[in-house]
Design a protein around this ligand. Structure first.
Ligand SMILES: NC(=O)C1=CN([C@@H]2O[C@H](COP(=O)(O)OP(=O)(O)OC[C@H]3O[C@@H](n4cnc5c(N)ncnc54)[C@H](OP(=O)(O)O)[C@@H]3O)[C@@H](O)[C@H]2O)C=CC1
Ligand SMILES: O=C(CO)COP(=O)(O)O
Length: 322
C-alpha cells in the first residue's frame, strides 16, 4: 500500500484517486462494499459512481479498511452526514494519521463543518480540508482546476500541498480551514436556490441576484464564525459558488432545477445542500444572522411555501443598503 489512501469510493473519491494515481503514486481506494471493491479492482473502473473513467495501474481498490489505513495520508470522501459516524466507528484505524476531508457540508447534529467534526472525533489526527471547484468527472478526465488545501498547521499544509498536487489539480494553501469548509458547504445551498429559480422559469437575472446575495449571506455567517473574508472570495467560496450555481453537472443545482420544474427527484443521489440548508438555517437563527436565501430554501424543501411565494417574500423584504 502507498502513502495515500482515499476512503469512500463515490464519484469524488474515485476521481481524486485516479488523478493522484495518474502521477505514478501508489494510491489505495477503499469502498465499504466488498463486492463493489472486487469488481472495481478487476474491471479497473468504478462503473456505478464514475463510469467510463479507467483506473491507472498504480490504483488499488479494496474493501479492507485496515490495509487502506496503512497509508500515512487518508483522504475522507464520504458524504458529510456520514463523516462523524464513519470516523467514530473507525477511530482506532485512523487516529495518528493525517486526515484530509473532501466533504462539502455542515453536520446536522453538531452544526459544524468537516474539519471540526474530524477534530472532535479523532483528536489525535493531523487534519486538513481540500475544497474548491471540481466536478468529479472533470477531475477524472484530467481536465485542469485549482483547489484549496487548508489546515491549521503550516507544516502539515505545506506537506499536503506538495503531496496532493497532480498534473491537473493545482493546489493553493490556506491556514483558514473554517473559511474553506464553510465556503464549500454554504455554496451548495445557494446552488439549490439557483436551480429552483431556473427550474421555475424565474430567469438568469434572478440567478445572478441569488448568487450575489447568496454570497453576501455566506460571508455574513462565515465571518461571524471566524473565517477570513479573502478565503470566501477564493476558490473554495466564490470559485465553487460560480461553478455549482451555473452547471447542470452539479447535483445541488440539478436538485433545485428538478424541484423547480416539478420533476421527479432520485432520493439516492448525494445532494449535500439539503441537510446543510437545514443545519445552517438553525445555526443562523441561533446566532441571529440574517440568511434569507438559505432560510427560504429550507422552507421550499420542507414544502412550507411554493417557489412563487418564496420569490414574492424575498422581493418584499424591507429595502436596505447593499
Ligand atoms: N461529486 C463531485 O463532483 C464532488 C463531490 N464532493 C464532495 O465529496 C463528498 C462525497 O461525494 P461523492 O463522492 O460525489 O458522493 P457519491 O454519492 O458519489 O458517493 C458517496 C460514497 O460514499 C460511500 N458511503 C456512504 N456512506 C458511507 C459510510 N457510512 N461509510 C463508508 N462509505 C460511505 C458510498 O458508498 P456506497 O457506494 O457503498 O453507497 C459512496 O461510495 C461530498 O461531501 C461532496 O460534496 C466534492 C467535490 C466534487
Ligand atoms: O462541489 C462540487 C463541485 O465543486 C460538486 O457539486 P455537487 O455536489 O452539487 O455535484
Amino acid at each position: 500500500m502507498g502513502e495515500i489512501s482515499v476512503l469512500g469510493a463515490g464519484a469524488f473519491g474515485t476521481a481524486l484517486a485516479i488523478s493522484l494515481a495518474a502521477t505514478g503514486r501508489d494510491v489505495t481506494l477503499w469502498a465499504r462494499d466488498a463486492e463493489a471493491a472486487q469488481v472495481m479492482q478487476a474491471n479497473r473502473e468504478n462503473a456505478r459512481r464514475l463510469p467510463g473513467k479507467a483506473f491507472p495501474t498504480s490504483l488499488t481498490a479494496t474493501s479492507d479498511l485496515t490495509k487502506a489505513c496503512e497509508g500515512r495520508v487518508l483522504l475522507l470522501a464520504v458524504p458529510m452526514q456520514q463523516l462523524a459516524g464513519f470516523c467514530d466507528t473507525n477511530k482506532r484505524l485512523i487516529q495518528h494519521k493525517t486526515l484530509v476531508s473532501c466533504c462539502k457540508g455542515v453536520d446536522l447534529t453538531s452544526e459544524r463543518g468537516p474539519l471540526a467534526v474530524l477534530e472532535d472525533t479523532v483528536p489525535d489526527a493531523d487534519v486538513a480540508i481540500l475544497s474548491g471547484p471540481s466536478f468529479a468527472v472533470d477531475i477524472a478526465d484530467g481536465l485542469p482546476t485549482a483547489l484549496t488545501l487548508a489546515g491549521r498547521d503550516q507544516a502539515t499544509v505545506d506537506h499536503l500541498q506538495t503531496l496532493l498536487t497532480t498534473a491537473n489539480i493545482r493546489l493553493y494553501s490556506s491556514l483558514d480551514p473554517l473559511g474553506v469548509e464553510f465556503g464549500g458547504a454554504l455554496k451548495n445551498v445557494i446552488a439549490i436556490a439557483c436551480g429552483l429559480a431556473i427550474g421555475a422559469g424565474l430567469g438568469e437575472s434572478a440567478r445572478a441576484a441569488l448568487m450575489t446575495r447568496g454570497f453576501a449571506e455566506m460571508q455574513r455567517l462565515a465571518l461571524r464564525l471566524g473565517a477570513e473574508r479573502d478565503t470566501l472570495a477564493g476558490l473554495s467560496g466564490f470559485g465553487d459558488l460560480v461553478l455549482t450555481c451555473t452547471s447542470e453537472k452539479s447535483r445541488n443545482f440539478s436538485h433545485g432545477l428538478k424541484l423547480g420544474r416539478g420533476a421527479k427527484i432520485d432520493p439516492t443521489v448525494t445532494v449535500e445542500g439539503v441537510a446543510t440548508a437545514k443545519a445552517v438555517a438553525h445555526l443562523s437563527r441561533s446566532l441571529e444572522i440574517d440568511m434569507p436565501i438559505t432560510t427560504t430554501v429550507t422552507q421550499i424543501l420542507n414544502r412550507d411555501i411554493s417557489i412563487s411565494e418564496a420569490a414574492e417574500s424575498l422581493l418584499s423584504r424591507p429595502l436596505k443598503r447593499e
